[in-house]
Design a protein around this ligand. Structure first.
Ligand code: P6P
Length: 335
């Protein structure tokens, strides 16, 4: 809200996380340090994303930087930035990135008790046309810090201790939950600080927007087809819903969280598990949506109850306003 922005005691994300920490007297500040390193990564990627667009457009010297190095693809650069930031925090022991086939085991001297699963730059194919893209992350606590194993990451999303995303668009917005609600922060480039601009986000109980790639309609199963049909030709004679589909998950989810409605990437004949990745796309967004009063459903069960078998496995997802997801659950229950 503008009121908090103009107040003199700006609530930065660092102060906000420290306030959260003070509610846990036993906390040693490790989590705060971890979040600060994630925030650092987001600031760096934000500036790289904004520059890259320009560099590409004005064709800087074959897109190589001043050292003449070949301009790294932004998602590769973003991945390196987050891996370095997370490892240097000294608070992580296992990292799972969309860009790395295998989990990364942090060297013992730099180990902490957190596991971070992340997609460093989701939707990066949208950069060239200026569509918003984003970083998505989820955080687990390791069971035995002396012996981190793959089992530590193949756990249900409901055991995450925090999740969030950072959207690089007209402004840089970081949305975070540490288990007691959802808060949105906007980067003030003049301060280099994320300022609390969306305190305690709650998703409307129902919405007038549905978000799905209609191009896949020929492959949908019956319940999805019926639900979308009813959005367009409501049986109860109410006005049809609006279709909004950006094709960048972070942007579609951010709009759904703020305006309400439902985002869907269903399973279909081509991709029986849908397209989106369970661990570092579906779980973090489902965690946030539930914390904001919404729901996340796979077509079979609550998304956060799923137990991954592989770190890059996919899952169908129906996520958003409580009542809208309830409708699709009834349709799936009925079939
Ligand atoms: P489709 C972007 O490539 C992405 O991974 C998500 O950000 C987005 O929601 C989805 O794929 C879009 O997929 O098949 O509709 O183009």
């Amino acid at each position: 809200s503008t009121e908090s922005y103009h107040r003199t005691d700006l609530m930065t994300i660092t102060r906000h996380v420290l306030n959260e920490q003070s509610k846990h007297p036993e906390a040693r500040g490790d989590f705060t340090i971890l979040i600060n390193h994630i925030v650092l990564g987001c600031k760096y990627v934000c500036s790289a994303v904004n520059k890259a667009g320009l560099a590409k457009l004005i064709g800087l010297a074959g897109n190589s930087n001043v050292q003449g190095e070949e301009q790294k693809k932004l998602d590769v650069l973003s991945n390196e930035v987050f891996l370095k930031a997370l490892i240097s925090s000294g608070r992580t022991c296992i990292l799972v990135s969309e860009e790395n086939e295998e989990p990364i085991l942090v060297e013992p001297s730099k180990r902490g008790r957190y596991i971070v699963v992340f997609d460093p730059l989701d939707g990066s194919s949208n950069i060239d046309c200026g569509v918003s893209i984003g970083t998505i992350f989820g955080i687990y606590t390791v069971k035995d810090q002396e012996n981190p194993t793959l089992e530590d990451v193949l756990r249900p999303g409901k055991t995450m201790v925090a999740a969030g995303y950072c959207m690089y668009g007209s402004s840089c917005t970081l949305v975070l939950s540490t288990g007691s609600g959802v808060n949105g922060f906007t980067l003030d480039p003049s301060l280099g600080e994320f300022i609390l601009t969306h305190p305690n986000i709650k998703i409307p109980k129902t919405g007038k927007i549905y978000s799905v790639n209609e191009g896949n309609a020929s492959n949908w199963d019956e319940p999805t087809a019926k639900y979308v049909e009813n959005c367009k030709f409501p049986r109860d004679g109410s006005s049809p819903k609006s279709l909004r589909y950006i094709g960048s998950m972070v942007a579609d989810i951010h709009r759904t969280l703020l305006y309400g409605g439902i985002f869907m990437y269903p399973a279909d004949k081509k991709s029986p598990n849908g397209k989106l990745r369970l661990l570092y796309e579906v779980f973090p967004m489902s965690y946030l949506m539930e914390q904001a009063g919404g729901q996340a459903f796979t077509g079979k069960q609550r998304a956060l109850d799923l137990i991954p078998k592989k770190i890059h496995e996919r899952s169908p997802i129906f996520i958003g306003s409580h009542d809208d997801v309830e409708e699709i659950k009834e349709l799936y229950g009925a079939f």
